[in-house]
Design a protein around this ligand. Structure first.
Ligand SMILES: [Zn+2]
Length: 162
């Protein structure tokens, strides 16, 4: 570990150490800033799938919630699937552009919206993908469509009853 705790200037030994809540909050913030290498909350506005979390006590990580929700088609070896403590904008932007992430987003949208969801451009490239991936993707889409279809008659029924 290269990080070292900075010596506290006015902390006399034995005299109420670490009791001032304001001071300890400030030093914690300082600690986190150094440690985190500046995770910017504004990133989550640009990347809605981005999550930031504190896991296992001391470990600060960011990860892609969409990919994690679809481990069958996500690239499980990617840093944003596993979670990374290296907070770099580049990591996020390249993940957003990666084919595997775009697939999970497409599948996620299909899950949520069903057959009305417009087919995203990424799906037109499916034939170039490995076959197992295609099967997994197709299964997810079918499942989403099935759920949506089974619910649709009720929706229409109430809509047209008016
Ligand atoms: Zn992702």
């Amino acid at each position: 570990m290269s990080w070292q705790q900075a010596p506290k200037a006015n902390q006399a030994p034995g005299k109420r150490p670490r009791r001032d809540p304001e001071k300890s909050a400030a030093s914690k913030l300082d600690y986190e800033t150094k440690r985190k290498r500046n995770f910017l909350p504004s990133w989550t506005e640009k990347f809605p799938w981005l999550r930031y979390t504190e896991e296992a006590g001391e470990e600060y990580m960011m990860y892609c919630s969409t990919c994690r929700s679809l481990p069958d088609i996500a690239d499980t070896s990617s840093s944003l699937f596993k979670g990374t403590g290296s907070f770099r904008y580049d990591t996020l932007s390249s993940h957003a552009l990666s084919k595997r992430h775009q697939l999970t987003e497409a599948a996620d949208r299909a899950r949520q919206r069903g057959p009305d969801a417009p087919l995203p451009p990424v799906l037109t490239g499916l034939h170039r993908m490995e076959e197992t991936m295609l099967v997994k993707m197709t299964n997810i889409m079918h499942a989403a469509y099935y759920v949506a279809r089974t619910e649709q008659p009720f929706t229409h029924f109430t809509t047209y009853m008016g």
